[in-house]
Design a protein around this ligand. Structure first.
Ligand code: 5GP
Length: 195
């Protein structure tokens, strides 16, 4: 079992509605040493790619994207949730439905920060149905840039996002893949990975 799986077993809380709470170490209070380890692990898994930029979505992807970008020595860009519906032509936009909040957000990235020369590592804290990732992929491709890889901290393997993204041919690396979880007894079972 890797460091993240161990931490999920120790401090993760299984909520009703297929939600895993990790807010004591990953997306509210943050264990910065753990976040650093996640960044290093993404760097290790994508070390054969010439990553030029790390892309994520606000808010909870930002810390792990920062940690990864630091290891690659490249800038990090986060897609912002657009407040206004008047978005000018200087932005790439995508519509993203939130799994946890059940609402839709338009997310934007300025055209200044992605270009056709970029090889982009997309990262996020969670992968559920894949909507957030699809938005980031479409923004990257709208810029003419290459999706060089996708790094996820926690994938919920019983939801369809992981399968559909892998079927599209992307290299998707999830540090912990939850195969099943039970809010009654708090049990979490991980998919075996040989990484
Ligand atoms: P997706 O777009 O893949 O359906 O969901 C991914 C997004 O929803 C992530 O950015 C994450 O913030 C949030 N999310 C999805 N499932 C969970 C979960 O079980 N726990 C938490 N804390 N966030 C989740």
């Amino acid at each position: 079992m890797n460091f993240l799986e161990q931490r999920i077993l120790k401090d993760g809380i299984v909520k009703e509605g297929n939600v895993l709470k990790v807010d004591s170490f990953l997306n509210h209070q943050m264990d910065v040493a753990l976040i650093d380890e996640i960044g290093k692990e993404f760097h290790r898994r994508f070390s054969d790619k010439e990553i030029t930029k790390v892309l994520t979505i606000e808010a909870s992807g930002i810390a792990i994207a920062y940690a990864a970008a630091r290891c690659f020595g490249v800038p990090m860009v986060f897609a912002k949730k657009a407040k206004s519906i008047n978005i000018d032509g200087d932005m790439y936009t995508a519509e993203v439905e939130s799994f946890t909040h059940k609402n839709k957000n338009k997310v934007i990235v300025s055209k200044k920060f992605l270009s056709p020369e970029d090889k982009v590592l997309i990262v996020d804290d969670f992968l559920a149905n894949g909507c957030a990732l699809q938005g980031l992929i479409s923004i990257t491709e709208a810029a003419g840039a290459e999706v060089a890889g996708i790094g996820i901290a926690i994938e919920k393997g019983f939801q369809y996002g992981g399968r559909s993204i892998r079927n599209l041919g992307y290299q998707l690396e999830s540090l912990a893949i939850v195969e099943s979880m039970d809010s009654e007894n708090g049990n979490v079972v991980f998919r075996a990975q040989d990484k």
